[in-house]
Design a protein around this ligand. Structure first.
Ligand code: HEC
Ligand code: HEC
Ligand code: HEC
Length: 353
C-alpha cells in the first residue's frame, strides 16, 4: 500500500516535471507566436494612424510629396531615431511633434505602432488602406511659380510680402489646401470670401502658428520665420485681390495613365486571365466579388487609388495583393483597361446570377 502510494507519487512527480519541461521547451515558440501576433497588431494600427496623419505629406506609399521627404528609407534607419523624430518632430521644419508629452496626439504605444509599421516595409498594403479610407492625397503639386506671375504680384500694394506668401504657400500648404487655395479632400479652401469674413488676420496668424490640434493642420511657428508667416497671412487675407488680378498658380498632375490601345489590350488580357473568376466577365461582378465595370466605382475612384487597391489587395477579404506577381506597368495597364470601360459602364452594377 505504502509502496503503491510512493509509485503513484513518483509517477505524479514525473508527470509534473515532464509537463513543466514541455512548457519550458514550448515557451520560446509560444513567445515567438505572441510577438508575431503583437507585431501584426502594431502594423495594422500603425497603418491606420499613418493613413490619417502622415500620408498627406509623406504620400500614400511613403514616396514623399513635393518638399516632403519619402519615408521608404526609414526601414534602414535606427528605430530609436525614427521614434524620436515622430515623438519630438524636427525643429524648424513642417514635421510637427506628435508625442503627447510634446503637445501632440500620440501615446508611446501609438508611436511604437508607427515605427513598427514604417520598418516592416509594407507600403503596398499601406497605400491600399489609404485608398480604402479615401485618404489618397491629390497628386497635384505646384509647378515652379512663373516669373510673370511673380512680377504681376509685385505690382500689387505691398507686393513683396504677397510674393513671399505665394512661395511659402506653394512649398508648404498647396499639397493639402490645393494649388490655388481651392481646398482638397484633405483640407478646407483658403481662398473664399466666407473665410475672409470669418477670420481676421489675427485669427489666421494664430491658426498658422498654433495649428489645429488633432487635425492635419500642424503648427508652423518653428518651420516658418516671421516674414514668411506674415507673407502667407497676407496671401490668405488678400486672395480676392489676387484672383481679381488674374493670378493663378500652375499645377502639374501626376503622370496620367497610359491609355494607348496596346496598354488597354494588355490590361484586358491580364484581367481576363487573373480577375474574371471573381469579378466576372468584363468586370460585371459575381457573387464573390463586386462589379468594377460600373459608374459608381469608376467615377469615385481615382486612377492612383485603383492601382493602389490592385497592388495592395483589400485586407480582410479574398481580394489578393497583386504587387508580388504583377509589375507596376501591368497594374497600370489593368487600371487603363478598367478606365476604358467607363464611357459604356452601367450606372449601377446589374444583379449577377
Ligand atoms: C505637414 C507635413 C508633415 C506631416 C503631416 C508629417 N510629416 Fe514627417 N516630415 C515632414 C518633413 C518636412 C520632414 C523632413 C524634416 C527634416 O527636414 O528633417 C519629415 C520627416 C519625417 C521623418 C524623418 C525622415 C528622415 O529620413 O529623416 C519621419 C520618420 C517622419 N517624418 C514621420 C512622420 C510620421 C510617422 C507622420 C505621421 C504621424 C508624419 N511624419 C507626418 C513633414 C510632415
Ligand atoms: C497636411 C495637410 C495640411 C497642410 C500641409 C496645411 N494645412 Fe492648413 N489645414 C489643414 C486642415 C485639415 C485644416 C482644417 C482644420 C480643422 O478641422 O479645423 C486646416 C486649416 C487651416 C486654416 C483654417 C481654415 C478655416 O477655414 O478655418 C488655415 C488658415 C490654414 N489651414 C492655413 C495653412 C497654411 C498657411 C499652411 C502652410 C503654411 C497650411 N495650412 C498647411 C491641413 C493642412
Ligand atoms: C479571389 C477572388 C478575387 C480575385 C482573383 C480578384 N479580386 Fe478584386 N476583389 C475581390 C473582392 C472580394 C473584393 C471586395 C473587397 C471588399 O469587400 O472591399 C475585391 C475588390 C477589388 C477592387 C475594389 C472594388 C471597390 O469597389 O472598391 C478592385 C479595383 C479589384 N478588386 C480589382 C481586381 C483586379 C484588377 C484583379 C485581377 C488582377 C482582382 N481584383 C482579382 C476578390 C477578388
Amino acid at each position: 500500500m505504502t509502496r503503491q502510494m510512493s509509485w503513484i507519487a513518483l509517477i505524479g512527480t514525473f508527470m509534473i516535471a515532464a509537463a513543466f519541461g514541455i512548457a519550458v521547451i514550448r515557451e520560446p515558440a509560444r513567445q515567438a507566436e505572441a510577438s508575431a501576433a503583437l507585431n501584426t497588431a502594431l502594423i495594422v494600427e500603425g497603418t491606420d494612424l499613418y493613413a490619417e496623419n502622415c500620408a498627406a505629406c509623406h504620400g500614400a506609399s511613403g514616396e514623399g510629396i513635393a518638399a516632403y521627404p519619402p519615408l521608404t528609407t526609414t526601414v534602414s534607419m535606427d528605430a530609436q531615431t525614427v521614434y524620436n523624430t515622430i515623438e519630438r518632430g524636427r525643429y524648424n521644419t513642417g514635421m510637427a511633434a506628435f508625442g503627447v508629452d510634446e503637445g501632440g496626439i500620440f501615446t508611446g504605444m501609438q508611436i511604437q505602432s508607427l515605427v513598427t509599421m514604417l520598418q516592416a516595409d509594407t507600403w503596398d498594403t499601406v497605400a491600399a488602406r489609404v485608398a480604402e479610407l479615401g485618404l489618397t492625397p491629390p497628386q497635384i503639386v505646384v509647378a515652379e511659380i512663373p516669373a510673370e506671375t511673380v512680377a504681376l504680384v509685385e505690382t500689387l500694394p505691398d507686393g513683396a510680402a504677397l510674393s513671399t506668401g505665394l512661395t511659402v504657400y506653394a512649398e508648404n500648404c498647396a499639397a493639402c489646401h490645393g494649388a490655388n487655395g481651392e481646398g482638397s479632400a484633405l483640407a478646407p479652401a483658403l481662398n473664399t470670401d466666407e473665410l475672409r469674413i470669418r477670420l481676421s488676420d489675427a485669427d489666421i496668424a494664430r491658426i498658422i502658428s498654433e495649428g489645429v490640434p488633432g487635425t492635419l493642420m500642424s503648427s508652423w511657428s518653428s518651420a516658418l520665420d516671421a516674414a514668411q508667416q506674415q507673407g502667407v497671412i497676407a496671401l490668405i487675407s488678400r486672395w480676392g485681390e489676387l484672383n481679381a488680378a488674374g493670378v493663378s498658380l500652375p499645377t502639374i498632375e501626376a503622370a496620367p495613365l497610359n491609355m494607348s490601345p496596346q496598354a488597354v489590350a494588355n490590361g484586358q488580357r491580364l484581367f481576363d486571365l487573373l480577375c474574371t473568376q471573381c469579378h466576372g466577365i468584363d468586370g460585371y461582378g459575381s457573387p464573390i466579388a463586386p462589379a468594377l465595370n460600373n459608374q459608381t466605382f469608376l467615377s469615385t475612384t481615382p486612377d492612383a487609388a485603383i492601382q493602389a487597391i490592385i497592388a495592395g489587395g483589400v485586407s480582410g477579404t479574398v481580394m489578393p495583393a497583386w504587387s508580388g506577381y504583377l509589375s507596376d506597368a501591368d497594374i497600370a495597364a489593368i487600371a487603363a483597361y478598367l478606365r476604358s470601360l467607363q464611357p459604356n459602364a452601367p450606372i449601377v452594377a446589374p444583379a449577377q446570377p
